[in-house]
Design a binder for this molecule. Structure first.
Ligand SMILES: [Zn+2]
Length: 292
């Protein structure tokens, strides 16, 4: 019996797709975990494959050492809580793909860059679904690096500097909650938004307790004219502004004393892991556990 030549044709048509999938796997590192925490590192990549076109518009600088920092945060959580968060890292350089922008700006028509973006965000969406199923709620931290003054950790909730600069009463009575990436977390807590952004139960407050300057928080409630990043695509797409039970915070890390040396990265990772334990106890009805 003769095999239908169309069968071979069909197989041949699959080959480029299979090769493409393998190639794309190299550029997105996905580390599984069982904690209700998902770490994203979209800007720490350094790989510039020859076949992938340079992006023509947008921002191109990497957030140096944030891939390594993210792995150390995951390690610190394992050390402290006996389990890992999911972590998803883009290893391709930002001049080729920007995994913190919507697809068009991210890949600018390059098919490999687009496939990298799809893999990164597909993994993040899958992780959110699993966290919701396993834990009921959870938190995405989108890890970045900034180099402007003042050198402090900037926590982004999709609320710009002008919104943070208003007083608590105005913040809590306006539409800021519905625009924020921690909408589900705040609604579940029944507490005012301002308290969770910059009160004693804010992530900034738990970082302050670890000796880390963070904005917004009790000591630094608003930027008051200073540079401040409020978050972008990833916390819009993977937070709770538009629904769901997984909230998201952008974590912009300064260079000095946080990202600059391996020792400082480990130190920061351990402090952030400790701060997250307190944050989870305050807002999720349970801590992150403790190592047996
Ligand atoms: Zn960044």
């Amino acid at each position: 019996m003769r095999t239908n030549p169309l069968f071979f044709f069909a197989i041949l048509c699959q080959l480029p797709a299979l090769a493409g999938a393998q190639e794309v796997e190299k550029y997105v590192e996905i580390n599984p975990g069982t904690l209700p925490v998902i770490l994203l590192a979209p800007h720490g990549g350094s790989l510039k494959p020859e076949g992938v076109a340079e992006r023509r518009f947008g921002k191109f600088l990497t957030d140096a050492n944030t891939a390594d920092l993210t792995r150390r945060i995951a390690d610190a959580m394992l050390e402290k809580y006996g389990a890992r968060p999911v972590s998803i890292l883009c290893l391709m350089h930002r001049s080729r793909v920007d995994c913190n922008r919507e697809l068009e700006e991210a890949a600018q028509g390059d098919p490999v860059a687009a496939a990298v973006w799809e893999r990164f965000h597909g993994a993040a969406a899958e992780a959110r679904k699993r966290v919701s199923q396993m834990h009921g709620a959870g938190l995405v931290l989108d890890i970045h690096g900034h180099r402007h003054d003042p050198a402090r950790v900037e926590l982004g909730y999709l609320l710009g500097a002008a919104t943070l600069d208003i007083d608590d009463a105005a913040l809590d009575s306006g539409d800021a909650l519905s625009r924020s990436s921690i909408r589900a977390l705040v609604e579940k807590s029944g507490r005012p938004l301002s308290e969770i952004l910059r009160g004693p139960r804010s992530l900034g407050s738990f970082l302050e307790a670890q000796g880390i300057a963070a904005i917004p928080g009790p000591a630094l409630p608003s930027p008051k004219g200073a540079d401040y990043f409020s978050g972008s695509y990833n916390i819009q797409a993977h937070g709770s502004r538009d629904g769901g039970t997984v909230s998201a915070i952008q974590v912009e890390c300064p260079w000095e004393g946080v990202r600059d040396t391996p020792e400082k990265r480990t130190e920061f990772a351990r402090k952030l892991a400790t701060a997250l334990g307190g944050y989870f106890e305050a807002h999720f009805g349970a801590g992150l556990g403790s190592k047996k």
